[in-house]
Design a protein around this ligand. Sequence first.
Ligand code: NAD
Length: 261
Amino acid sequence: MTSATTSASGRSAGVGLAGRSALVTGAGSGIGRSCATALAAAGALVHVVDIDARAAASVAEEIGGRPHVVDLARRELVEELPADIDILVNNAGLQHVAPLTEFPPERFEHLQKVMVHAPFLLLRRTLPHMRARGWGRIVNISSVHGLRASAFKAGYVTAKHALEGLSKVAALEGAPHGITSNCVNPGYVRTPLVEQQIAAQAAAHGIAPEQVVGEVLLSRSAIKRLIEPEEVAAVAVWLCGPHAGYLTGASIPLDGGWTAA
Ligand code: NAD
């Protein structure tokens, strides 16, 4: 581990990642973008993976990383991504809301491909390099929905629970080689995905956006505010730092007390 560095933003305080390579999926937006930015601020060379070419290019340019335009649902493309990765952040994800009986099977399958199958393929691809270096960090951006269910989110809840299992297996297999694997489990995060949901629900219910946040999204959270993507990224970077080496196979709830109730 290199000596600790502190970025201008303070996001990488205590974590020095110079000489490390990181791959962040879904890094063109939201939480992935914040993780990529924070890892780069800590000194890592970041591979910015996203299906959105413009977003991938703009984030990569901003942080001095490398863009990769890849649809993670396509195995042959995932298997062309770099394998010499020290830090893997499995972040890309998407939501579909429908009752089980109306949930389109192809949509269910797509969610599993992006949120479970791609992380599995990327683990297979990058673990040999981590093992050879005797050091690796796997950070899986799960969700409170990796620990709890909500109605109408069959595809998402299934995928996130599966990611939890995959993360634990990687923790057990990685331990003898200096590799840790953990999940981060946010509640509702202020990202474009959630901002859109707030606007849509406000229009659908004929209520103000603040009411949607307080009464709908945060009804199960003890802390009545959204979490910011930078707060999630700070934990992801901390998991790569010198004080987190004994933490593995865990799931860190950044859920404002949702799972405490
Ligand atoms: P976002 O929509 O802002 O970003 C997701 C990114 O993933 C986008 O840039 C998108 O282009 C990319 N992506 C989607 N499908 C892809 C594919 N097939 N191939 C490559 N890239 C693809 O979403 P976000 O809110 O930042 O969510 C990121 C992760 O955090 C997801 O796994 C999500 O489940 C999880 N999460 C989000 C929240 C929240 O409230 N926003 C809460 C808990 C967990």
